[in-house]
Design a protein. Structure first.
Length: 155
C-alpha cells in the first residue's frame, strides 16, 4: 500500500478532528474483498446494503464503546449492521479481515503490546446474580403443633 496509515488519518481530519471510524479507499481495498458475500438473498425486498457502510458502523461501535441502539442511522439500521456482523463472524470473514488490517498496521506503524489490556465486562448484571429473581412460592398455612383443644363446657 502506498499510503501510510498515519497519513490516512491526517488526511481524514476535518474541522472537527479526525473521523477515525471512516475507512478510506486505500484501506478499504484490503478487507473489502474478504467481507464480500455472494450468498443469495432468502427474502425479497430492498437491495443488500453496502459492506463499507456496515464496516464503518462496526468501527464506530468499537471506537466509541457504544451499544447497538446508539448506532447512528448513517451506518444503516442497527438490525442490519448486527445481522451482517453476525454473518461475518460466523463465516470467519471478520476475523480474516481484521488479521489483514492488523498485519498492514504492523507493517506501517508497528504494534506495541506492552500496555495492552482487555476488559470482558460489557453488560451489567441486572440483580448482581446470573439472572432475575426467582419467584417465591406463596407461604402455606402453618399446621397446628399443639394438641386439639378439649370441648368447652361453656360453649
Amino acid at each position: 500500500m502506498n499510503t501510510s496509515l498515519p497519513a490516512v488519518a491526517a488526511a481524514a481530519a476535518g474541522t472537527d478532528g479526525p473521523t477515525i471510524w471512516r475507512v478510506d479507499d486505500a484501506l478499504w481495498a484490503l478487507p473489502g474483498p474478504i467481507l464480500k458475500s455472494d450468498k443469495p438473498r432468502k427474502k425479497p425486498g430492498r437491495p443488500r446494503r453496502g459492506d463499507r457502510a456496515i464496516f464503518d458502523g462496526l468501527v464506530w461501535l468499537a471506537r466509541t464503546g457504544a451499544r447497538w441502539p446508539q448506532l447512528p442511522r448513517e451506518f444503516g439500521p442497527k438490525s442490519t449492521v448486527h445481522e451482517r456482523f453476525s454473518e461475518w463472524a460466523a463465516s470467519g470473514a471478520l476475523e480474516r479481515a481484521w488479521g489483514v488490517l492488523l498485519r498492514e498496521y504492523d507493517g506501517e506503524v508497528g504494534r506495541d503490546w506492552t500496555g495492552q489490556a482487555a476488559d470482558g465486562c460489557i453488560v451489567k448484571a441486572p440483580f448482581g446474580k446470573t439472572g432475575g429473581r426467582a419467584r417465591r412460592k406463596p407461604r402455606a398455612a402453618t399446621p397446628p403443633t399443639a394438641a386439639n383443644r378439649a370441648p368447652s363446657a361453656t360453649s
